[in-house]
Design a protein around this ligand. Structure first.
Ligand SMILES: *Cc1c(COP(=O)(O)O)cnc(C)c1O
Length: 280
C-alpha cells in the first residue's frame, strides 16, 4: 500500500524544500539571522525504503523520536549502504538509561537535552564510545516554559544548562534550542525575545545559535520568525499510523495565545513568548 505513497515522497519532498526556501526569503533581514534553514525529514513510523527514497532525492537530515526506531533505522543495512551521508537527529524524549543505545552511526544532533544530568550522561557515553579524538556531538537544549508540556526545561534554566554544556561537557557542542510547539509569537514584534535573551546571556552571536522549531503545520511561519531547523514529517511521508496505541498519538495543539503588549517588562515578554513557543 505504501508503494503509492513511496512514489510520492520525491514530489512532496521537493515541494517542502521549495516552501522552506520561500519562507526563508520572507524573513525580515535586518532582525533575523540569515542562516539557511535546515529541513529535517521526520521518518518516524515510516519504512527504511522511504528514507532511502528521500535520500535519493537529495535529503540528508532525518529525524526520529523513538530511540529503538532510530537504532533500527540507523543500523539498517540498506540505509547504511545507500545513505552514507545521512544525518540523524534525535527529537524525542531521552532517558538516561537509553543514552548508550542512542549513539548510532551517523548521529548528527540530539535535539532534546533537557537537564544538565542528561547532558553529562550523553557527554560521558560519547567520550567512552567514540573516544576523545572524535568530533564533538551537537546537542540542543529543549525548552518548555509554561510547564504545560511534558518535557523540556523552563526558560530560566535554559541558559544555565547551555552554560553547563559549554563548560563541563567537553565532548558536546551546544548547537541551540529546540522547542515543540506551535509558534504563536507575533512577527511584527520582532524575533523571539526569549531566544535573544539566551544569546545575550551566553554572549553568543544569534547566527551561531540554532533554533529548532516548526513542524508540518507551521514550519513556514516558524522559519519566518527565526527557526533554523524545521522538523517536518507527515507532509513528506504521509500521515502516520499508530496501531492501537493511544500513547503514541501526536500531541494535540492548543490554540496560540495573543501576542504580548509592548509595555510589558522584558521578563514578562520573554516568559510569554516562550509560553507561546511551547504550544503544540
Ligand atoms: C513527529 C514529530 C515532528 C513531525 O511532525 P509532523 O507534524 O508530522 O510534521 C516534529 N517534531 C517532533 C518532536 C516530533 O515528534
Amino acid at each position: 500500500m505504501w508503494k503509492i505513497a513511496m512514489s510520492e515522497v520525491g514530489k512532496s519532498l521537493q515541494s517542502v524544500v521549495q516552501r522552506v526556501n520561500q519562507a526563508a526569503s520572507r524573513r525580515p533581514k535586518q532582525t533575523l539571522p540569515t542562516v539557511p534553514p535546515r529541513l529535517v525529514a521526520v521518518s518516524k513510523t515510516k519504512p527504511p525504503e522511504m528514507v532511502v527514497e528521500a535520500y535519493n532525492q537529495g535529503q540528508r537530515n532525518f529525524g526520529e523520536n523513538y530511540v529503538n526506531e532510530l537504532v533500527d533505522k540507523a543500523s539498517d543495512p540498506m540505509i547504511l549502504e545507500s545513505c552514507p551521508e545521512i544525518k540523524w537527529h534525535f527529537i524525542g524524549h531521552l532517558q538516561k538509561n537509553n543514552v548508550n543505545k542512542l549513539l548510532v552511526p551517523n548521529l548528527f544532533l540530539v535535539e532534546t537535552v533537557d537537564s544538565a544530568k542528561l547532558a553529562d550522561k550523553v557527554n560521558s557515553s560519547w567520550l567512552r564510545i567514540r573516544g576523545a579524538s572524535m568530533q564533538r556531538l551537537k546537542v540542543m537544549v529543549q525548552i518548555n516554559t509554561s510547564g504545560e508540556q511534558k518535557y523540556g526545561l523552563p526558560p530560566e534554566e535554559t541558559v544555565n544548562t547551555a552554560k553547563h554544556i559549554m563548560s563541563e561537557c567537553c565532548a558536546l557542542q551546544f548547537a541551540g534550542l529546540m522547542t515543540i510547539g506551535r509558534y504563536g509569537y507575533n512577527l511584527t514584534l520582532g524575533p523571539n525575545p526569549d531566544f535573544q535573551e539566551v544569546c545575550e546571556s551566553l554572549k553568543l552571536p544569534l547566527d551561531e545559535v540554532e533554533l529548532s522549531m516548526g513542524m508540518s503545520t507551521d514550519f513556514e511561519h516558524a522559519i519566518e520568525v527565526g527557526s533554523t531547523n524545521v522538523r517536518v514529517g507527515s507532509i513528506i511521508f504521509g500521515n502516520r499510523e499508530y496501531p492501537n496505541s493511544a500513547a503514541n498519538t501526536p500531541i494535540p495543539s492548543p490554540a496560540p495565545s495573543p501576542a504580548p503588549s509592548p509595555e510589558k517588562t522584558s521578563k514578562q515578554v520573554s516568559e510569554e513568548a516562550a509560553k507561546k513557543m511551547q504550544h503544540l
